[in-house]
Every structure is written in C-alpha cells, then in structure tokens.
Design a binder for this molecule. Structure first.
Ligand code: GLA
Length: 382
C-alpha cells in the first residue's frame, strides 16, 4: 500500500517505474553507548520504515528528492562531493560515494525518499535512509554485498561523509532485525543472536519531544572520554583494546587512580555490557521482571554515570514505573532528549499511552508523541 503510493508519486515526478526498498528505524532495549566500545547491544527494528524508490537514468546524474522536503538535489557521478554539506541528502549521496570508493560504480539514477521514522527522536531515521538507499543503489549495479557489509558501509558513510562518529548498532539492526525479536549483537565480531520478545508485550516508545542542541558534540565527547579510559586502563591491563575487554572488578580496583568523570563513563560501559549479557539470558527464559529491572538500572547508569539523560527523559522514565502493565523501561538511543522505551503488556498498552501522556504533560507542559510498536523485520525490497 505504502509502496504503491510511493511508486505513483515517483512515476508522476520522474515518468518511469521504480523499484522500491524499505529499511526500518530502531529502538534499543539494552546496551547504550556500548557499540563504539566494541561491546554488546540489544536493539529491535521497529514498524516505522523509510522507503526509497529508484530507477536508472540515461545520464551520469544522481537526482535525489524526498516527499518531506521540497528541494531537489543533483550530483554528477563524475564529480561526487567528498564530504556532506549538512543537508538531508547527505545520507543518500554518502552511500553512493562509499560504493564508488569500494569499487562498485553506480549508474545515473533518480531516487525518491519517503520516511515515516520520526526525525530527531533518536529512532534512527538516518540509519533507515542510509540502509534503504544502499539497497536501492545496489539494485542498479548488481554488486552482491551481504547485509552485515551493507551495515558497515552505511556506518562508514555516516562517520566519514556525514561526519557523525556513530557506532554500528543502528545500521546493523536496520539491516538484520527480525519481527518479534530483539537482536543481541557483539559489536566487535558482529556475531548476533535473535532473542524472542514474549508475545504479550508491546514496545511503547514515548517521545519527550525535546532534542538538546549539544547532543552531537556531547556524543563525541563521551566517545573521547571512553578512549581516554582505555588509555589509562592499559597502564595496568596492557592487552585491552576497548572497554569491552575490562571487567567491573578490574575497573574498580583502580577507581582511586582514574579521574572521576572518566571513571564514571567507564563504569557505565562495563556494567552496561554485563547487563546486556544477563538481560539476553533473562529474556530468553521469559523472565521479564528481571529484564525490566536491568532496563531501569541502565537508565540510572546513563543518567548518573554516563550523564546523557536530561530532565525530560528522567521524568518520562519515572512516571511510567507505577502504571498498569509496565514491565520495565528506560531512555533509548544516544540521549540528551529523544525517547524512552517501555515494555508494556498488550492488554494495558492503550491505557498506558493515555496515562503516560497525561502525566508527562502535567509534569512538563509538553505534549508527547507515543508510539505503540512491535519488533519488526529488517530491510527488504518493497
Ligand atoms: C546513537 C548512535 C549509536 C549508539 C547510540 C548509543 O544512536 O547512532 O551508534 O552509539 O547512540 O547507544
């Protein structure tokens, strides 16, 4: 249905019949700020997707449009930019640039993007555009690249072309997520395991509607602090390559010798990795209350130790806790605004939505968007 409408708009604009590709946004259940520390994450793909319609052109031009924005972008394939310009089209053209750099040249093409992943809410609308664009462009040049490789290509584009130093989580789950499952990912080896989410649970995603301006700078700063932690810790543990290689005990042994802020960041990461591994086991066993407890601990750690929460996220996480049907919840994504994710029983989810919206409005004066989601399939044609 959504694809048919997009195909129709595409035909009106470009007078040719497109192929269509879809990639979802994501919500992360557990494992925050661990991906770029070679650690563990446990996200799900969600049932909001971005679709990209594409057809080849006879010239050497890439024409990129979106249904949400009015501008049209045009790039000559013989003179592609090497850096993004801060426009939404960066997420598409960056993929073309990476493919060319990898030795997979692409023909001229027209692309039309339709996104339904809320933008700026921390639900990875950018990964969704990147992955859908990658599938679309690859459909024209016939290169065979596996989904994990596509995820890496999209991450590289975001790191080097767009200029955001993100980890691999968002692109990976957008490629390989599975309906009704969370994806436990080892961000070092990229080995993953699908963990069924108990049937009677919904993912209720609560958008605080705030995004603090310093988010990107603070994200990069946190990465540097983690790198600094590795540098300091390798004085005692010369074999470590990342915080992934450090245990909570090893870290605590040197608490007094590490600057306080760096220590707090490291403590979050190493204990969050342990939570993901324990959480995966709990969820596999259907021990939802235990999993929910770890989600709450993760929120506290992100707020007190990693310091990437904000008042609105803390309020949203707090007011959920005594609502009927709540089984666990926390902030999700990079932080400094965006969303919380809550596990809520299906039968209580409607009431939960009403109540949490009411409570959040009266605490902050802001009207939140609330999305009731299920874990969904990763990227595909159509
Ligand atoms: C953003 C990044 C991810 C990850 C999270 C924090 O969503 O894109 O790679 O680092 O923040 O867990």
């Amino acid at each position: 249905m959504k694809s048919t409408e997009l195909a129709r708009s595409f035909e009106n604009l470009f007078r040719s019949v497109p192929k269509i590709f879809r990639a979802p946004g994501r919500v992360n259940l557990l494992g925050e700020h661990t991906d770029y520390n070679d650690g563990f994450v446990m996200p799900c793909a969600i049932d909001f997707s971005t679709r990209v319609a594409i057809s080849p052109r006879p010239d050497r031009t890439l024409v990129i449009r979106s249904e949400e924005f009015s501008e049209q972008f045009e790039f000559s394939l013989d003179n592609l930019p090497s850096q993004g310009r801060g426009a939404w089209s960066d997420y598409v053209v960056g993929i073309a640039v990476m493919l060319v750099q990898m030795g997979h040249p692409i023909p001229g093409a027209s692309l039309l993007v339709r996104g339904e992943v809320p933008i700026g809410a921390g639900l990875s609308s950018s990964a969704a555009v990147e992955v859908a664009s990658a599938l679309a462009l690859l459909s024209l040049n016939g290169a065979r690249i596996s989904l994990p490789e596509i995820a890496k290509l999209c991450q590289r584009s975001e790191n080097h072309f767009v200029g955001a130093r993100v980890g691999i989580m968002d692109q990976f789950v957008s490629c390989l997520g599975k309906a009704d499952h969370a994806l436990l990912l080892d961000c070092r080896s990229l080995e993953f395991k699908l963990i069924p989410i108990p049937e009677n649970l919904r993912l209720v995603i609560c958008n605080t509607m705030v995004k603090h301006d310093h988010a990107r700078g603070s994200y990069n700063r946190r990465r540097e602090e983690c790198d600094e932690g590795v540098r300091i810790l390798s004085n005692w543990y010369p074999q470590i390559r990342a915080l992934r290689d450090v245990s909570v005990e090893q870290l605590k042994e040197h608490a007094a010798e590490i600057p306080e802020a760096i220590y707090k960041r490291c403590l979050h990461v190493v204990s969050e990795n342990a939570r993901v591994l324990a959480g995966a086991q709990y969820l596999t066993n259907g021990e939802v209350a235990q999993f929910g407890r770890l989600m709450r601990e993760s929120h506290r750690s992100l707020s007190d130790l990693f310091e990437v929460s904000c008042r609105e996220l803390d309020v949203m996480a707090e007011i959920a806790q005594d609502l009927e049907g709540y089984r666990g919840g926390r902030m999700t994504g990079g932080g400094f605004g965006g969303c919380t994710v809550n596990l809520v029983t299906t039968e209580s989810s409607e009431k939960f939505v009403e109540r949490i919206a009411e409570r959040y409005r009266s605490a902050t004066g802001i009207h939140p968007d609330i999305y009731v989601c299920s874990a969904s399939n990763g990227a595909s044609a159509g």
